[in-house]
Design a protein around this ligand. Structure first.
Ligand SMILES: [Zn+2]
Length: 99
């Protein structure tokens, strides 16, 4: 029983899913039956490992639905909690693709 044994499989599924098209973490969570927290950890790992294979994880930045502020500077997968410009929490969360 090795608890980490499942991770490469999930990562492989994630890579295949994101190579096929853009997806947000909420949908990935439903499709792959992983918690969002686990998926963010996997995404960070994938981002690092893809670089050696000539591909990359493209993060479509989060955007504030209240004022339109784009979180372009943000490269880490975790979603922002609220908008730095208008302080409202209506954030459309980031979406991911592998190219
Ligand atoms: Zn805003």
């Amino acid at each position: 029983m090795e608890p980490i044994q499942e991770s490469p499989t999930i990562r492989q599924q994630l890579i295949e899913r994101l190579s096929a098209g853009t997806c947000g973490v909420r949908e990935l969570s439903q499709e792959l039956h992983q918690s969002e927290k686990e998926l963010y950890a996997h995404l960070e790992h994938i981002e690092r490992t893809l670089k050696s294979g000539g591909k990359r994880l493209v993060i479509e930045p989060a955007v504030c639905l209240s004022c339109g502020f784009l979180f372009e500077h943000r490269t880490r997968p975790q979603p922002p909690g609220h908008c730095p410009q208008c302080r409202k929490p209506r954030i459309r969360r980031p979406r991911y693709t592998i190219r």
